[in-house]
Design a protein around this ligand. Sequence first.
Ligand SMILES: C[S@@+](CC[C@H](N)C(=O)[O-])C[C@H]1O[C@@H](n2cnc3c(N)ncnc32)[C@H](O)[C@@H]1O
Length: 220
Amino acid sequence: MTITEFERQVLRQTAVGAGHYDADYFAGEWRAEGNKYDLETRRQIEARNPALIKEVFQPRRVLDLGCGPGALMHLLWELGVDVDGIDFAESSRHLATPEVRGRITIGQVTDSTLKPANAYDLVICREVLEHLTVLQVKQAVANMVRMTSTFVYVTTRFHPNPSTLLDFNQKDDLDPSHITLLNKDMLRLMFVLEGCRSRPDLESRMDWGGKGRVLVLEKV
Ligand SMILES: C[S@@+](CC[C@H](N)C(=O)[O-])C[C@H]1O[C@@H](n2cnc3c(N)ncnc32)[C@H](O)[C@@H]1O
């Protein structure tokens, strides 16, 4: 993709609204393989992730940005981890367990007024960035780096075979709200330009499934 085409595509994107992420989005039957957001389904899907997050990052305070109904928050809470969440969907809080409901702030992932700088030593943002416009991704990256003192752990969907750094897809077969599938290097570049360095050692530990969808950055 040329820079001219990139500019044209970026300026044409429209953000997905919070209303899209209602109870049906999280609990409906539309997902492949019964991949819903209730706690026991997520406990199976998450498998060793919560324990691995605790072991790899040894965090004191964690923020789950775009936490949805807070299943990962609950699983971390079970392990004694101090964890907050942010999500713009009111349904997130309604569907969350009583143990973590009060820890979810309703707001945009791009909002730099919700939490103080360096408030957390680990910011997690999983399966969220593909739901944002490119411009929102840039703002969310800056916000994550602002809120963490140490680590950012991201999973997202990437362009499967980009031929330039600028290439991004605006849809896939999984979810109609997947509107931005970046080149993985482009997302890494956004973090580097906010003052982060890559941690390939931690990235490979978190990517135990070998899917290549994990980024781990350290704020320097
Ligand atoms: C696919 S879900 C992922 C939920 C959770 N992180 C997980 O991995 O299970 C995407 C989440 O991103 C949230 N989201 C999307 N755009 C957002 C925005 N601009 N601000 C805040 N939350 C957003 C949605 O409400 C939804 O909960």
